[in-house]
Ligand binder design. Sequence first.
Ligand code: FAD
Ligand code: NAD
Length: 404
Amino acid sequence: MRKPKIVILGAGYGGLMTATRLQKAVGTNEADIVLINKNDYHYETTWLHEASAGTLHHDRVRYDISGVIDRNKVEFIQGTAVEIKKEEKKVLLENGEVEYDYLVVALGGESETFGIKGLKEYAFSIVNVNAARQIREHIELQFATYHTEEEKKDERLTIVVGGAGFTGIEFLGELGNRIPELCHEYDIDIHKVKVICVEAAPMVLPGFDPDLVEYAVAHLEKKGVEFRIGTAIKEATPEGIIVAKGEEEPEEIKAATVVWAAGIRGNAIIEKSGIEAMRGRVKVNLDLRVPEHENIFVIGDCSLMINEEINRPYPPTAQIAMQQGETCAKNIAALIHNKPLENFKPDIKGTVCSLGENDAIGVVFGKKLVGKKASFMKKVVDNRSLYMIGGAGLVLKKGKFNVL
Ligand code: FAD
Ligand code: NAD
């Protein structure tokens, strides 16, 4: 009898959890497992703000996929998926195609620009290693060239961050550490540097605990960040951005660096493949399968599940992507073993938002934390995700131990 073929698209948090759990749950005599990813490495998306600011080298945020999967049980293909042909049960890659019996879509998110003019052309987004490297180099270039111009253009030293959600705030925290280093290296008066965060909602980190938000804002303002709250980015231009606050006249902020951190959507492949979605996120059944396509599982940022308690979608997080990966592996093994599938229920342990090297805010198991304790907890969370996928060896190789 032909063995079923399980294809996993994406080796991020969701995809790698699925692969590493499936290789234990299903025997090589029972199914073939194939993992497909654009690069031969996995990157910790949750550390990309550090690589983007230049406070952590990009090689620290990535590791080889071959080091964490069992190559005798999982075939790894480095390739870029371009479309899913559901009816033909195959995935088209840039170079070739792969057939499947069961498919796991774990391709992560993309920056959501809401159709705002100029953002795709003139703003950066913290989305992968290549983008992080580019942001770091671009900022450094502005500092390096500041003294070489006949007219020192002050906007070279202006950085705008769009969005004060968790990504925007964590990136600002890293900039708070990096900018003094850059000023020292390139002989620049730190008072010349402007870091402006533009947030459309009436508060920073909308919906998060107000005391913790106050702590974060005070900390970042002390590091020189200027917040423009209740102000929306309307357009990005080669010179900077146009913003508007309520009914007031739009204003131009000249800036050589604009980083858009104001939201994400699911991978474009979902819509291209004709799978029903909301902003690229598929509303999956409780067992993580796509309605009407019961051999396709969608997990992580490409999936959407409603939190019935508040009747709103769960946020796209690594925490949920990893838990979904575990359930997805169990459910595929159950299908192969003719057992019942289980429903996915997120177990949210908390949220910790870093504010740079040794500071953070968070709520963990319902308890509020700030400062070094929160920062320590953030490193525990970061190391835990390494442990869950690559065990103690990976933690020793890539983990964060600078806890003081
Ligand atoms: P990802 O982990 O993003 O992985 C997707 C994978 O698919 C990547 O390896 C990518 O290369 C690959 N891929 C993409 N397109 C293709 C293609 N066409 N073909 C082949 N391969 C492809 N969440 C938290 O819970 N805690 C945090 O502290 C936290 N911090 C964050 C900090 C930042 C700066 C950002 C940007 C996000 C943060 N998040 C955090 C959110 C979290 O990173 C995401 O929710 C999580 O990465 C989603 O996991 P995933 O498995 O869906 O996708
Ligand atoms: P987000 O959607 O959570 O926040 C985006 C912010 O941008 C919002 O505050 C929104 O009001 C603002 N915004 C939207 N349009 C705007 C405009 N035109 N002008 C100005 N501001 C605008 O996005 P995110 O911060 O990238 O987070 C994405 C996901 O990743 C979330 O689920 C988040 O929980 C998760 N994440 C978690 C952590 C953490 O746990 N430490 C860190 C980063 C990201």
